[in-house]
Ligand binder design. Structure first.
Ligand SMILES: [Mg+2]
Length: 210
């Protein structure tokens, strides 16, 4: 992945978050405080501005996006995305391009961070329900020699399904956990926005060959 693709990913994520802002707010209204779409959209607006700076390499760009999210998104999502992206930045090369293996390693660092910080396990109805299996599929695909755009295309579809599957779960972490059984029947907003990141990744890489 090169820096242009990396920035394209964030620009596409900003667009799709903005397009789903009200939907994300409505998901959060059911089990939280109705601001997930607004918060993420505000953060993405600042994050893409970080991408529009002169080329500084993948690490510098990822760190700028992390700081933008930490300072603007707020709540649990801001802390999880922001601190996760700082770990992502530390793991990605400083260069203007990285190998698929290095990209997968950086995603792995992101996922380890959100798990350490959020203490969520698979099935707790959080963004981990999307990112953890996606991380595993990404690493397995790279190890098997699959092309990253092809892996991303699979992940776009799979993560959308995993996000929707959180509807049947009872929240065990985050604000929604206070609702207990009443959290069932609603898609987790953090899981849904996470699936949009993989959709954006797929779209960014689809442009590589097309
Ligand atoms: Mg909220």
């Amino acid at each position: 992945m090169d820096e242009a693709e990396f920035c394209r990913l964030w620009h596409l994520f900003q667009e799709v978050i903005d397009g789903n802002k009200e939907y994300l707010n409505s998901l959060d209204a059911a089990i939280g405080d109705a601001d997930h779409g607004t918060n993420m959209a505000r953060g993405m607006e600042k994050a893409v501005a970080a991408c529009d700076q002169p080329e500084g390499g993948l690490r510098v760009t990822a760190k700028a996006i992390a700081m933008a999210m930490l300072s603007t998104v707020g709540g649990a999502s801001g802390a999880l995305w922001g601190s996760g992206l700082l770990k992502f930045a530390a793991a990605i090369p400083e260069a203007v391009a990285c190998s698929d293996r290095e990209f997968a390693g950086a995603v792995d660092a992101f996922v380890s961070s959100i798990r350490d910080r959020g203490k969520a396990n698979l099935g707790d109805k959080t963004m981990v329900d999307v990112f953890l299996p996606a991380r595993d599929r990404l690493i397995a695909g790279v190890e098997a020699g699959e092309a990253l755009p092809a892996i991303a295309e699979v992940l776009a579809e799979a993560t959308a399904a995993w996000a929707l599957e959180t509807k049947d779960l009872i929240a065990l972490k985050g604000r929604a956990a206070y609702l207990g059984e009443r959290s069932r029947g609603h898609v987790d907003p953090g899981a849904f926005s996470s699936s949009l990141w993989f959709l954006s990744l797929s779209r960014a890489l689809a442009e590589r060959s097309g």
